[in-house]
Design a protein around this ligand. Structure first.
Ligand code: GLA
Length: 386
């Protein structure tokens, strides 16, 4: 998806009086399978997508970072690099900026005063990681300007720390890692314990379709943190460091001794890890029939055991599944409670899927869905620097 960079340059010049000399971008992501497994040291299989957050920048010779959010009516923030960094009381986007600045500083980076303008085309609040892409883009911009090269892993970790320690969501590492390390035409099988990432080619004849339910995601942060706490309680019950260490056989007999809710959360994570490893193999072999089954099982597990889907999203999954059958796969993607559905299918079925969604989804939910046909894309990059 192209964004009018020329128009952003004009905005930058009208805000700061000169053109930007730096430009970075970092993509959003869609997760093919492996949901709520990352913070359990498990496996995930995301792709970076061709929607990005862009940051334009210029060194300003002062000790402050001035930053404009072009997509939020040119709201401003001004961060003094020598002062203690506190939360912004009004603008939530500004806390991602402040969080990244603080994490880079606490890692010893000598940041340089600069002017920044942020804009992007990732649908916000849709579960496609617009916030992780902002964190990664900012980390790349600020470290590039300061002349301190950070590895992709360091960039991802700084973003996650900003989210965990400053913004207050205990998210895992998946979103930042795929935004930093994505590869064109590939998904990455990430082992969230070792943090190793193995590229898996995405079959050229498969279409990657994202359907935004446009359900407003409520309670995401509190429900997310609650799921994480339940998983940790489950791991403690079994005496393991993380749910990654359990197999389906381990939980067969003794699940009865856990309360019902925790047992379900554990079962989702343990079975989802198995499905993700199987899905990476199916993807590598272009085996859509297996992928179709695994994605269906993953969705059912998120709906029934992890309790993170909502009825309009379940409806979209059922509708798409009724069209694509074993020729495609479909499931909710991301943290849950609204957001997006990811579907894989032959290109020939896209028109029918779009038309059925346009006709039936509004009748069923009172909402309109947006359908995007995406490409697995490259991770963050410095597009321009002096
Ligand atoms: C959000 C979090 C990720 C991951 C997913 C669920 O996107 O940021 O770390 O936990 O939810 O898989």
């Amino acid at each position: 998806m192209s964004l009018a960079i020329h128009a952003l340059q004009q905005s930058f010049a009208s805000c700061f009086g000169q053109r930007a000399t730096y430009h970075v971008r970092a993509p959003g992501r869609v997760n093919l399978i492996g949901e709520h497994t990352d913070y359990n040291d498990g496996f995930v299989l995301p792709c970076a997508i061709d929607f990005s957050t862009h940051v334009l920048g210029r060194i300003n010779g002062s000790n402050r970072i001035r930053v404009v959010a072009a997509d939020y009516h040119q709201q401003w923030d001004d961060i003094l690099l020598d002062d203690a960094i506190t939360h912004h009381g009004e603008y939530s986007w500004a806390n991602y900026v402040r969080g990244v600045v603080l994490m880079l500083q606490s890692q010893g980076a000598a940041l340089v005063g600069c002017d920044l303008l942020i804009s992007g085309n990732i649908p916000k609040g849709a579960g496609l990681s617009s916030s992780a892409s902002l964190e990664v883009a900012l980390g790349l911009m600020l470290s590039t300007i300061a002349g301190c090269a950070l590895s992709r892993l360091q960039l991802a970790k700084a973003g996650q720390q900003a989210e965990n320690r400053f913004v207050g969501c205990n998210s895992g590492i998946m979103d930042q890692l795929i935004s930093a390390q994505g590869q064109p035409h590939h998904a990455l099988l990430i082992d969230c314990r070792s943090l190793s990432a193995t590229p898996v080619a995405f079959p050229r004849e498969w279409a990657l379709v994202i359907i935004n339910s446009n359900v407003q995601r409520g309670l995401v942060g509190s429900e997310y943190n609650a799921r994480r706490a339940q998983c940790e309680a489950g791991a403690a019950h079994y005496g393991v460091g993380a749910l990654r260490d359990l197999t389906p056989e381990d939980i067969g007999d003794i699940a009865a001794r856990l309360d019902d809710v925790t047992a379900r959360r554990v079962r989702h994570v343990v079975t989802e890890n198995c499905r993700t490893l199987q899905a990476a193999k199916a993807l590598a072999h272009g085996d859509m029939a297996t992928m179709s089954q695994l994605m269906a099982q993953s969705h059912a597990s998120m709906r029934d055991d992890f309790a993170i889907t909502v009825p309009p999203v379940d409806y979209l999954v059922t509708l798409v599944d009724s069209i694509v059958g074993s020729q495609g796969g479909v499931r909710m993607t991301g943290g849950g409670f609204g957001g997006c559905v990811v579907a894989l299918m032959p290109v020939a079925l896209i028109t029918e899927v779009k038309s059925q969604i346009a006709t039936n989804y509004p009748k069923h939910s009172g909402l309109t869905a947006d359908v995007f046909v995406c490409q697995p894309a490259a991770g963050a990059e410095v597009v321009a620097q002096p």
